[in-house]
Write a protein that binds this ligand. Structure first.
Ligand code: ADP
Ligand code: MG
Length: 402
């Protein structure tokens, strides 16, 4: 089995998916910008360096030319901006995999909602907009508060909640570079993910993670220490409608083999509302979180599923797992940390990972990466205990920069 895998170097978790493919015995031909380091090269049997990885037409032409005379079985990607490139190459080379039209349903947030709503599932009211006049018309129909965001964005980039005409007028100039956007009814409620590994669109592994606070607040308020908590017990009644919503969305959109990452809301009245879905694994630590939940390796299982349509890991959920991201106060290099040794003294047996930047390291751009200035991961079979540890990491551990 020989596959082309787009972007094995970036983002950092793509290296793990490359490893996963290699470990299930697949020959991996990588395509990316920049050159892979020695460790990554061990998992690759070939590599094509391209000048502009996000230039779809250029990448397709170069890969097509590079593969002439070589047989391959799949073209794969696991990073949102390259899902369509992989689908177009798959179609052009006549290989099995999700079609361009199917992937579009996972990329275009209006089309996505139309397809999910057609299956009778609850989605936010929404309108596609491509001009300032469109936005005013849409908001008139939808009402305040509303969300305005790119039609195919990621990582909450250029996403705004607006509560009045004045606020909308203020943010519109900042949206000017976004060609097509979507206006949505704002859904007030807790935000969760529904992550799956699917074979032929049928989930063989399911996982739910709660965002604390909701993703948009995580990404727009620097002082917040964002928490993602994977839920051990998926049979809890308050989660079931969200899981059902997820299963329905996968069917409605024609998911194939691989991982899907959905976000949904649970309103205070118990109603569950679709948020969005992508036909690729969740980013920013979501896969690590799931791995810690059951002591499994979903990077490898992804490789197995996309090449052999087979899932081989146990699905028992042993822990609730919380990942707590920290942002230092101040600019420049990390200069001090407080509360960390006390945190270790209290919770040491339950801390499974600590990537917090230590003094001397330059701060990361918290806007560009949710990883921020590092994170702590804690886990426990009991939800309340996990939540308590996560909140302690969020409120009692501080990083400073100067
Ligand atoms: N209709 C909505 N109601 C409430 N919050 C929303 C809505 N749409 C988006 N958000 C918030 O903005 C975040 C980013 O929007 P999303 O559609 O997930 O885009 P992205 O592809 O950037 O992740 C969501 O995770 C959620 O917190
Ligand atoms: Mg999202």
């Amino acid at each position: 089995m020989r596959v082309v895998f787009l972007s094995p170097r970036y983002p950092p978790d793509m290296r793990q998916f490359t490893r996963g493919l290699a470990e299930v015995g697949v020959e991996v031909l990588g395509v990316g910008d920049g050159s892979p380091d020695g460790e990554l090269r061990r998992y690759l049997s070939g590599y094509l360096e391209v000048p502009r990885l996000l230039d779809e037409d250029d990448v397709i032409a170069r890969v097509h030319h590079w593969l002439r005379g070589h047989e391959i079985d799949h073209v794969l990607a696991a990073w949102e901006p390259l899902m369509m490139t992989a689908a177009r190459l798959t179609e052009r080379l006549g290989l099995p995999g999700m079609s361009v039209d199917t992937v579009l349903g996972f990329r275009d947030k209006q089309l996505m909602k139309e397809r999910v709503a057609a299956a009778g599932l609850r989605v936010p009211r929404a309108q596609r907009v491509s001009s300032v006049a469109d936005v005013w018309r849409a908001v008139e129909a939808i009402g305040f508060p509303a969300i305005i965001k790119p039609i195919s964005g990621a990582g909450s980039a250029d996403t705004y909640k607006v509560t009045s005409r004045e606020e909308l007028a203020q943010i519109l100039p900042q949206m000017r570079h976004v060609e097509q956007a979507i206006c949505e009814e704002f859904i007030a409620g807790d935000e969760y993910t529904y992550d799956t590994v699917c074979v032929g669109g049928v989930p063989v592994y399911e996982s739910v993670t709660q965002y604390l606070p909701n993703a948009l607040e995580m990404r727009s308020q620097e002082w917040v220490s964002p928490i993602m908590m994977s839920v051990r017990d998926l049979t809890q009644p308050h989660l079931l409608p969200g899981i059902e919503l997820g299963r329905g969305a996968l069917r409605a959109l024609g998911m194939g083999d691989g991982m899907a990452h959905m976000e949904w809301f649970r309103m205070p009245n118990g109603e569950c509302v679709f948020g969005e879905i992508a036909c690729r694994p969740g980013g920013a630590g979501v896969v690590d979180l799931m791995n810690y939940t059951g002591d499994i390796d979903l990077f490898r299982e992804w490789g197995r599923v996309v090449t052999q349509q087979r899932f081989a890991a146990p699905t028992a959920r042993k822990y609730n797992v919380a990942m707590v991201f920290k942002r230092a106060q101040g600019q420049g290099r990390i200069s001090a940390m407080t509360g960390l040794s006390e945190f270790y003294d209290r919770y040491r047996p339950h801390i499974v990972e600590d990537t917090l930047l230590r003094p001397g390291s330059p701060r990361r751009d918290w806007k560009a990466t949710l990883l921020s200035d590092g994170y702590l991961v804690v886990r426990h079979p009991d939800w309340g205990t996990t939540r308590e540890m996560a909140l302690a990491a969020a409120t009692d551990v501080h990083l400073y920069a100067s």
